[in-house]
Design a protein around this ligand. Structure first.
Ligand SMILES: NC(=O)c1ccc[n+]([C@@H]2O[C@H](COP(=O)([O-])OP(=O)(O)OC[C@H]3O[C@@H](n4cnc5c(N)ncnc54)[C@H](OP(=O)(O)O)[C@@H]3O)[C@@H](O)[C@H]2O)c1
Length: 247
């Protein structure tokens, strides 16, 4: 069974929607016919520029994805959502042998890993109630290869959890998508020192719109992402994507 869920005519929610890739996804969804997008952000005022641009098609909702209660409270007021994009994420340069590794791992796992689980647990039942829908997780090329930082470890963990969600949510007809951007021109891209090779965040949005229509699980969004995706393709198709009965 191959699930697809085109964005046209759908109601979506995007975490971290006020800037960077999240903002581009809101814009891309509306350009491709989404009827309403909840901009799930820590500070609702930060989504005002999107409201100014798109009017009542954008509805800001307060959500700190690292706080389970905040995520649950947001889910209570967004019960009509059909497409959830968990995009919010954080980056620090710290590597495993650096001073400050404990603080860095707690911070990044708190948002990039716990946050994903909080969002999936709060919105899985809502997607089921609304007929299945789609759950999109913004992972990274750093989910596939460690770039000498604990951020990569957090994105490997979120990718692993995305695979779990794919299997777990298939039974309720939810399409699950794992997106693997390379260097993208956002505040995080600058913080990571990627300006010279970074590509526009709209490319990530366009790739998600296409994947919702095609039902692809692994999504590659830019030059480096596609290069790594080609190298990974055989393992992805033959090992990651098939459901394997173990034990
Ligand atoms: N840029 C890249 O090169 C790149 C490459 C691969 C993957 N990614 C992934 O793409 C996603 C978006 O990154 P970006 O480049 O757009 O980063 P960004 O420009 O730094 O934006 C990060 C977004 O996440 C939000 N956020 C952070 N912590 C949050 C929390 N606890 N609760 C809710 N929202 C929170 C931020 O909100 P505030 O404004 O409130 O801080 C902001 O909207 C992340 O998951 C990142 O790991 C990025």
């Amino acid at each position: 069974m191959s699930l697809t869920y085109p964005i046209q005519g759908k109601i979506a929610l995007v975490t971290g929607a006020n800037r960077g890739i999240g903002k581009a996804i809101v814009e891309g969804f509306i350009a491709n016919g989404a009827t309403k997008v909840y901009a799930a952000v820590r500070n609702p005022a930060s989504a005002q520029p999107l409201v100014d641009q798109y009017g009542d098609k954008v509805v800001p909702v307060a959500m700190d994805i690292a706080d389970a209660e905040s995520v649950s409270a947001a889910a209570k007021v967004t019960g009509d959502v059909q497409v959830v994009v968990n995009n919010a994420g954080v980056f620090k340069h710290t590597a495993a042998l650096d001073d400050g590794w404990e603080e860095a791992i707690e911070y990044q796992f708190g948002v990039n890993v716990y946050g994903l689980i909080y969002v999936a647990r709060a919105f899985g039942p809502i997607l089921a109630a609304n007929g299945g829908g789609a759950f999109v997780q913004i992972n990274s090329v750093a989910s596939l290869k460690n770039f000498s930082n604990l951020y990569s470890a957090s994105k490997a963990a979120s990718y692993s959890i995305t695979q779990d969600l794919k299997v777990a949510l298939e039974g309720q007809s939810t399409l699950v998508i794992s997106v693997h951007p390379g260097p993208i021109m956002t505040d995080m891209g600058v913080e990571a020192g990627l300006e010279e090779i970074a590509e526009p965040p709209s490319q990530v949005a366009d790739a998600i719109v296409e994947a919702l229509a095609s039902g692809e699980f692994h999504v590659y969004t830019d030059v480096l992402s596609r290069q790594m995706g080609e190298g990974y393709a055989s393992f992805a198709k033959n090992v990651v994507e098939p459901v394997m009965e173990v034990g």
